[in-house]
Ligand binder design. Structure first.
Ligand code: 5GP
Ligand code: MG
Length: 208
């Protein structure tokens, strides 16, 4: 269900409103909010901003791989919407494969990374680009890279729509990043909360 909710901005968090801090009504803003299962989420990144950053990622990939035939490996489920929009803008000949794993249950990272399923393409000697929805701690993607390296690709690069730099615990490079976000739990544009919210065109962050 979608609705608009009025939030009060805490004084300490709103310097632009500091001069008006005695005027209660000026510290109120209206936010688009939704409910997914038992949680409330506020609009964080709208679909036009998402699509602009998807396009930027595609432009960089097109330029880097213009003389190659890369193999893209899309990590399901969360990346399906990002992948659908990204590949409409990718213009070199390429193969696209879909694999599945997950490390989240509810809103907590489980630290246990499941193994990959669904890899049928020949990887040996190929230029591989992993397509992810979001990189948080980096545990999932690091494990994924190790599993793909076993098949001896020529090269592996990573494209992620979203990246949480303050949560990232690793030191490897992420080649293509759409949008950097704070450490909030988010839903929408393919990302779920307990299986729901993947169909939302915008991205929302949890508020309560
Ligand atoms: P990591 O292993 O980098 O900590 O987590 C990666 C995976 O956790 C992502 O592919 C995604 O499935 C899930 N994840 C991380 N942060 C979020 C988030 O804010 N919302 C949702 N829905 N999933 C997340
Ligand atoms: Mg993912």
């Amino acid at each position: 269900m979608q609705k608009y909710t009025i939030f009060e901005i805490p004084k300490a968090e709103s310097n632009i409103f500091a001069n008006y801090s005695n005027q209660f009504w000026l510290r109120l803003i209206i936010m688009k909010t939704i409910t997914v299962k038992d949680k409330h989420f506020a609009l964080s990144i709208d679909s036009s901003e998402i699509l602009k950053s998807v396009e930027q990622v595609a432009i960089k990939i097109n330029s880097d791989y213009k003389n190659d035939i890369p193999l893209f490996i899309v990590i399901l489920n969360g990346s399906f919407m990002f992948a659908a929009d990204l590949f409409k803008k990718i213009d070199m000949p390429c193969e696209i494969s879909f694999m599945k794993l997950s490390s989240y249950q509810g809103m907590e990272t489980s630290n246990t990374v499941k193994t990959l399923i669904g890899l049928n393409e020949e990887i040996k000697g190929r230029k591989v680009v992993i397509v992810e929805d979001i990189i948080d701690t980096g545990i999932t993607i690091e494990n994924l890279i190790e599993q793909i390296k076993i098949y001896e690709p020529e090269d592996i690069k990573i494209a992620t729509l979203l990246f949480k730099p303050n949560a990232f615990q690793k030191d490897f490079k992420i080649d293509y990043i759409g949008i950097e976000i704070p450490n909030d739990f988010i839903v929408g544009y393919g990302l779920d909360y307990d299986g729901f919210g993947r169909n939302l065109a915008d991205i929302y962050k949890v508020v309560s």
